[in-house]
Design a protein around this ligand. Structure first.
Ligand code: COA
Length: 239
């Protein structure tokens, strides 16, 4: 599966790798990128060979600098945009992907780029990383789940600070606040991400996916419901 305009796709030994590939525009998230991601993620979800997915950005400067602002100025009407979104709801696709997803983050991780990272289960960043949600400053809202995913990861105070003030976080701040799992030197990012992906890919895929499901679904349940879910998934996991 390849030939995408805005992303690269590779699959080796159970590890799928999706590279946002518009380095000339700091991998800005365009309508074409949304369509390409929708297609690749749909295929990944249906592919039993894929045990873990890595998202990364091409080029030296950014994982993704957010929505494509040049395209934004010529965007379709709000009604048309909503219709496209309803037909191809990429964010729900991210949310419902059963394989673990790991974000390899370097440079600018802004707006929808940050929101893609928030949908991932693990975030590994290099020391040059900069996180931010510039949307409110541009008179818009984060439209890729950020108002919901960020407080679940960062807590209410940190999320509101980033959302309302546009405050940017550097790598050390992100590590201290629990936004990233690991902070590594830039030249070790690929290796460290590979090591984590290989570790996940070496485990039993049913156990891995059920563990993910228990945690993600359980977050929105009462403790009692969550314990029921865990019990059912544990029973379904025993081979
Ligand atoms: N949409 C479209 N193009 C973008 C982009 C975006 N979000 N972010 C960067 N680019 C393009 C620039 O226009 C520039 O293209 P050019 O060389 O054809 O002029 C290229 O990427 C390099 O960006 P540049 O601004 O020169 O790099 P920088 O290192 O000086 O600044 C940023 C980096 C991230 C601080 C700056 O690009 C920026 O603020 N981008 C917009 C971030 C944003 O508000 N995103 C929207 C979130 S909703």
């Amino acid at each position: 599966m390849n030939g995408f305009e805005t992303i690269l796709y590779e699959k080796n030994d159970g590890i799928a790798r999706v590279t946002l590939n518009r380095p000339h525009a700091l991998n800005a998230f365009s309508v074409q990128m949304r369509d390409d991601l929708y297609e690749v993620l749909s295929a990944i979800r249906a592919d039993d060979e894929v045990r873990v997915v890595v998202f990364q950005g091409a080029g030296e400067k950014a994982f993704c600098a957010g929505a494509d602002l040049k395209e934004f100025l010529t965007a379709p009407s709000v009604v048309k945009a909503r219709r496209i979104r309803a037909v191809r709801d990429l964010w729900r696709l991210f949310l419902g992907t059963s394989q673990p997803m790991v974000a390899a983050l370097h440079g600018y991780v802004l707006g929808s780029g940050f929101e893609i990272a928030l949908f991932c289960d693990l975030r590994i960043a290099s020391a040059d990383v900069v996180f931010g949600l510039p949307e409110v400053g541009l008179g818009i809202l984060p439209g890729a789940g950020g108002t919901q995913t960020l407080p679940r990861i960062l807590g209410l105070a940190g999320a509101l600070d980033m959302l309302l003030t546009g405050r940017r976080l550097n790598g050390q701040e992100a590590l201290a606040m629990g936004l990233v799992n690991q902070l590594v030197p830039r030249d070790r990012l690929a290796q460290e991400v590979d090591a984590v992906a290989q570790k996940i890919a070496s485990c039993d895929p049913v156990a891995v996916q059920n563990a993910k499901r228990a945690v993600i679904k359980g977050m929105d349940m009462s403790l009692e419901q969550g314990l029921d879910l865990e019990w059912r998934l544990a029973a379904a996991t025993k081979g």
